[in-house]
Ligand binder design. Sequence first.
Ligand code: GLU
Length: 506
Amino acid sequence: MQDIRLRFAPSPTGPLHIGGLRTALYNYLLAKSKKGKFILRIEDTDQSRFNKNAEFHINESLKWCNIVPDESPEKPGKYGPYRQSERKNIYKKFVNKLIESGHAYYAFDDKEELDLNRKRHEKQGKTFIYNWENRNDFKNSLTLNPTETENLIKEDKYVIRYKSYTKDQNKDFILIRDKIRGEIEVDLKILDDKIIFKNDGMPTYHLANVVDDHLMKITHVVRGEEWLPSLALHFLLYDSFKWKKPIFAHLPLILKPSGKGKLSKRDGEKFGVPVYPIKWEENEKLKYQGFKELGFESEAFVNFICMIGWNPGSQDEVFTKNELIEKFNINRIIKSGAKYDYDKAKWFNGEHIKKIDSNILINENKDEIIKGLSNEINEERIPELINLVRERVEFKNNILKESKLVLEYNKNKFKENLSKFKFSQNEFQVINSFNNELENINKEDSKELFFKLLKENEIKIGDGMKRLRLCITGEISGADLFTIIRILKKERLIQRIKISLNSIND
Ligand code: GLU
């Protein structure tokens, strides 16, 4: 059986945003679901757009998400180097092969000349493309004689272009295949002769990408939809080299929170939502927080990202990374763009908090709870408190705050809420009796006691509960009341009810 190998191939031109991270994740999940390898390749051939902090940001983002490459610049395997700038010599050899086989040619046109042509076309409402129709009008190795060509190559003022179509070939169309889009027939006559090699000795993306995918034995190429228009050229390159093609899948866009258009870096500020997995410092003044800094669980974030544009074919949504590996299937990637919904990200986080081992949450919060709430709660009740509160928060770092909220007695709120409904004499008496009897019973039995008193006095459970809650917390709604009663110290409970009843009488 063929070894499955997928790669994530970012260009280090800036921070890794959630779109890029999703591409990495889908590659990773697909590789792992097929017991294959996941490779990180840094595509840094465009030196003009190079950002020296980008690779670090990519690595740290993947690390936080626990998307661990099997081979990468940091952990080279046998197909290295894994940074394209370190593979320069390799591309030279392959571009020479294309020249020898007649699939590529040297072009010496200077920029001004081409710009002039571009402008002339624009004036006539046309787009200028360098291709089969006009390549014979330009200065290149197809039009100059061998000596002229040699001399210009020596001057290093050349680029190498790929000959995408010639009039005398018997094939006018190419059938490209994409796992998500299906088959697409592309008219070769509309393709331009793309530059595949520059005079700085570096290949451009197209050549480097195809050569590396072949040499690194990549079996599936999963990448953003923006590369779909390049797929015909890539198919041609594979054919020119007589190489077997990998399977291609082009992912639909992640759309803005408004659902209109592609999510961009600027949308973070515009919609007030994070767009990077981890923080990014553009410069001294411009710093962005990532999901990590905002308190997201990495597994919840990964789950959220995965569900933008994919579903398991059921209503289930909450998965660990291992469950995603088990379930992931390329056929369930949706064709249309999917909206980035930050509220949904928070929801996922809340769902993942519900799944964290209680002991972890207890250990993380115990000391602070003892410090801040020792008047209200005995230490042995902390696990119960955590279990109550974890259901109510979207972020782990809100557990302490929520614990305080759940256990607090807010006198002002009590007064404000008291004005909203009356206490009958009967209701007042029942709560008073309940409080007196609390002294003598185990708090575990308080529900039974209260319900008994309500029944005896013909008070509806809902009415009684509302009033009791008000007397204990000052609120009219909140977490399960009898759990709160169990958690609170008995003397505090009794004291609160007393204070409340007294102020009703005032
Ligand atoms: N370097 C390209 C990018 O950053 C990779 C595209 C591909 O995966 O082929 O988008």
